[in-house]
Design a binder for this molecule. Structure first.
Ligand code: CA
Length: 230
């Protein structure tokens, strides 16, 4: 639980202070925004593990704020604070993408419990599993075949995926064209064929070209290496 970052969007000074103090005491790094627009700015600038937001906020209300957060991040847990307890408000909150809500006035302990439950859930969902391969800011999900670099999705064909997977599994070491041929194509290529180089260039175009750091490097006379650094 250490160093988890929580963003609190709440304009009532007293509640905001209580939350900041209470959450900090329980080991959370807590930042408070007293305005919805400022909260969104903070969210776009820093990374948070969970958001607590009030519905009635100046600048941008809690529903709008929640929707804007969801546009950028589908997974970060959001808890809504509301003085209103009617069914419609709850429904609107869930529609906006909130994971849970809490009705004011509330016991700090109750909020803390909800926060812990949601953080545990996200840890399970996004924690390291055998199905996720990573190299630097590149992520490959072997289960749903999603590839991301710096959080941006990359579409690869099945063969490109297999090639990249092989390079990532062997990251930081040189693999020869013969290694690639046997492991990715299941055959021994005639040394004259350039199919591997062609596929390497396809993968580079998608995975490296848009980014400053080039992961896939050519080792002249030896093959290729996917390097995590430099
Ligand atoms: Ca308020």
């Amino acid at each position: 639980m250490d160093d988890r970052r929580i963003l609190v969007a709440e304009d009532e000074q007293k509640i905001a202070d209580t939350l900041k103090f209470g959450l900090s005491e329980h080991g959370f790094v807590t930042e408070v925004a007293y305005n919805g627009k400022i909260a969104l700015k903070l969210f776009q600038t820093y990374e948070y593990d969970l958001i607590v937001l009030d519905i009635n906020l100046p600048g941008m209300d809690g529903y709008e704020l929640c929707k804007a957060i969801r546009k950028q991040n589908e997974h970060v847990p959001v808890i809504m604070l509301t003085a209103l307890s009617s069914l419609n408000d709850k429904i609107e909150g869930y529609d906006a993408g909130a994971d849970d809500y809490i009705i004011k006035p509330f016991e700090f302990k109750e909020l803390l419990m909800k926060i812990r439950v949601l953080l545990k859930r996200t840890t399970v969902q996004t924690g390291p599993t055998g199905n996720l391969l990573t190299a630097a800011d590149l992520e490959m999900n072997l289960e749903n075949k999603e590839v991301k670099r710096a959080g941006l999705p990359i579409n690869l064909t099945a063969k490109e995926f297999q090639l990249l997977e092989y390079l990532v599994r062997n990251k930081n070491r040189v693999v020869s064209r013969a290694d690639i041929a046997i492991n990715v194509w299941d055959i021994d290529f005639d040394t004259n064929t350039n199919v591997i180089d062609v596929y390497i260039s396809y993968v580079r175009n998608k995975v490296d070209k848009p980014f400053d750091q080039k992961l896939i490097q050519t080792q002249v006379g030896m093959g290729y290496i996917l390097k995590e650094t430099g």
